[in-house]
Design a protein around this ligand. Structure first.
Ligand code: TA6
Length: 303
């Protein structure tokens, strides 16, 4: 089998790279340093879901993949006051922060015998953000190997004051049928149900899906699994420096209101978004660095 391959391609308006290592394949775009799709083997369905109606246009996020939400997650007003205070008052604050529709800079492409590392960075000193006037460098390191996809989102405070950020790797996973999959590992975790007036509940047993789901889990463990019996697949998610995760499926009605999303796409996708939100917001003193890391791998359900 040939060694790793990296190919620069253009998808409509977006500069992208297609990376192959053994049987695995990754697609990533410079805009937002957004992973668009990931497949661990040509004989398996994709691990990371990309909308069949994806639009590759400048200034617009692509539906699917791993959008980077930074320097806040979700609606700004839904964040702790310390995060809100970083923003210039009176300006329009986009949902999920500022960087998913901006061009990041491709730093290095490091090819090794059994893996490829791509590094993208966004620097608010060279690309100023009027609404967020602080000095920080954001780096996304993506390593593809035959068995794993590793993602590191690193924030470095380049300024002279403390930064308060919330963030997420907003990962869309491909599943056979959301009604037949479950998430293991969140048992006993508290979660905020954003569809029930942000009331707090405790997760009983594995997470399964019977309707629209939009929950912010807190004090989450380092390892979660998506169990997909129909595809005889268990996706392992191992994270570092993240103690919160959002679990989202739009289900039938919200699916109708989503861009780049067919009416039945809700059946084949599941978002588990490893994050630093709410009580897990990160404060970085000048010069400090924080790395939110996630390793994704897929295997058969044993036994
Ligand atoms: O992370 C879950 C969520 O906040 C949902 O409520 C939904 O809005 C989703 O993000 C997608 O947001 P987007 O702006 O990418 O359409």
């Amino acid at each position: 089998m040939s060694g790793p391959q990296v190919e620069a391609i253009q998808l409509h308006e977006l500069a992208c790279w297609r990376v192959r290592v053994a049987g695995s394949e990754l697609l990533i775009t410079q805009q937002g340093a957004q992973i668009l799709s990931y497949r661990q083997s040509q004989s398996q369905p994709p691990v990371i879901w990309l909308s069949p109606q994806a639009a590759y246009e400048r200034g617009q996020g692509v539906r699917g993949g791993v959008p980077v939400c930074w320097p806040w997650f979700g609606a700004l007003q839904g964040n702790p006051q310390a995060v809100q205070a970083m923003v210039t008052p009176g300006q329009e604050a986009p949902f999920h922060g500022l960087v998913r529709t901006l061009d990041w800079q491709l730093g290095e492409i490091e090819e090794q015998a059994d893996s490829v590392l791509l590094q993208f960075s966004f620097n608010s000193q060279t690309q100023p953000l009027a609404i967020w006037p602080h000095a920080a460098e954001l780096t996304l390191r993506v390593r593809l190997s035959a068995e794993h996809l590793s993602i590191e989102l690193i924030t470095r405070n380049l300024g002279t004051t403390t930064l308060a950020i919330s963030q997420a790797l907003h990962t869309y996973f491909a599943v056979s049928d959301i009604r037949q999959v479950s998430i293991e590992g969140l048992e006993g975790c508290e979660y905020v149900d954003t569809l029930a007036d942000w009331q707090i509940f405790e997760q009983q047993g594995a997470v399964d899906f019977t309707g629209e789901t939009d929950r912010i889990y807190q004090n989450t463990p380092a390892q979660l699994h998506i169990v997909d019996a129909a595809w005889n697949r268990k996706i392992s998610l191992v994270s570092r420096a993240s103690a919160s995760a959002i679990v989202w499926n739009p289900w039938i009605e919200k699916a109708k209101r989503l861009s780049q999303f067919a009416y039945n796409d809700w059946q084949g996708m599941l978002c588990i978004e490893h994050a630093n939100v709410l009580k897990d917001v990160q404060k970085l003193v000048p010069g400090a660095e924080h790395c939110l890391a996630l390793e994704i791998s897929s295997g058969v359900i044993s036994g």
